[in-house]
Design a protein around this ligand. Structure first.
Ligand code: SF4
Length: 264
């Protein structure tokens, strides 16, 4: 793990406090000691954050497991059978079955797992339990908006840009064909809209994301751009942090399906 002075060079040094630390230097010290996750600062460069993520102390990983235990406990009070339709899933064999990214998951209050046997990261499990916990069953509007349209989203917009829109734009700039092929692994609908790529992808049955990509103009030094949109009713299903994680996870998984993990 790099030292605080090395880390602080990559921070904007605005001391905005959004990471929960009083200053950028305090964040750098905590990160250097492995006490916080790099993603806690929405302005920390995404590539560096990914490289450092695996170096956080075991107790920070333990915090993730503690959150997972907490969300599982909250789900115990929910009648999954009665609510299955509201979540866009089905109830079979005592478990709720949901489409998730490129696969299907089954969950009850004890366990969440992918039906194809692939392991499910604790962060995915927290997202799934939050979906069940907060999903109200409100019909989707079919109108899509940027994350900035939702209240209190300023810092989350920066996180979305850094960890989902920017890496995806960089990947599409050079690997568009591979990524278009990999899209077929997901539940998608191609959109007739003015963009070089416009597609709706379902992360969860009630959480579709719209992705628009415009290629850059190399001669004019303009980079490609990605904009991710949410249904106006998305906050009826997930909190803002989870909505951002949906986009991050989709991009991660999409790159993985295209054989481009960690390349962007
Ligand atoms: S969120 Fe980032 S920019 Fe803001 S104080 Fe924390 S480290 Fe500094």
């Amino acid at each position: 793990m790099p030292g605080p002075l090395e880390i602080v060079k990559h921070l904007p040094r605005t001391n905005c406090g959004e990471c929960g630390q009083p200053s950028c230097l305090a964040f750098a010290v905590a990160l250097s000691a492995g006490k916080v996750r790099p993603e806690a600062c929405p302005y920390f460069p995404g590539d560096l954050a990914r490289g450092l993520s695996g170096k956080v102390r075991p107790e920070v990983a333990d915090q993730t497991l503690a959150i997972l235990r907490e969300v599982k406990a909250a789900v115990q009070k929910i009648d999954l059978k009665a609510r299955a339709e509201a979540f866009g899933g089905r109830f079979e064999g005592g478990r709720l079955l949901l489409a998730y990214l490129d696969g299907e998951v089954a969950l009850d209050a004890e366990k969440a797992e992918r039906l194809d046997g692939e392991s499910l990261d604790p962060r995915d499990q927290i997202l799934l339990y939050n979906y069940v916990r907060f999903g109200r069953g409100t019909p989707l509007s079919g109108k899509f908006v940027g994350l900035e349209a939702f209240p209190h989203s300023v810092s989350k917009v920066a996180t979305l840009r850094r960890y989902a829109e920017e890496p995806l734009a960089r990947a599409l700039e050079t690997q568009e064909e591979r990524l278009r092929e990999a899209l077929s692994r997901f539940r998608i609908r191609k959109l007739e809209e003015r963009a070089d790529l416009a597609v709706e992808v379902w992360v969860l049955p009630r959480v579709p994301l719209r992705i628009h990509f415009w290629r850059g103009e190399a001669e004019e030094g303009l980079p490609g751009e990605v904009k991710i949109l949410y249904d106006q009713q998305a906050p009826e299903y997930l909190d803002l942090e989870s909505l951002v994680f949906c986009a991050e996870r989709l991009v991660e998984r999409w790159l993985e399906m295209a054989g481009l993990s960690d390349a962007f």
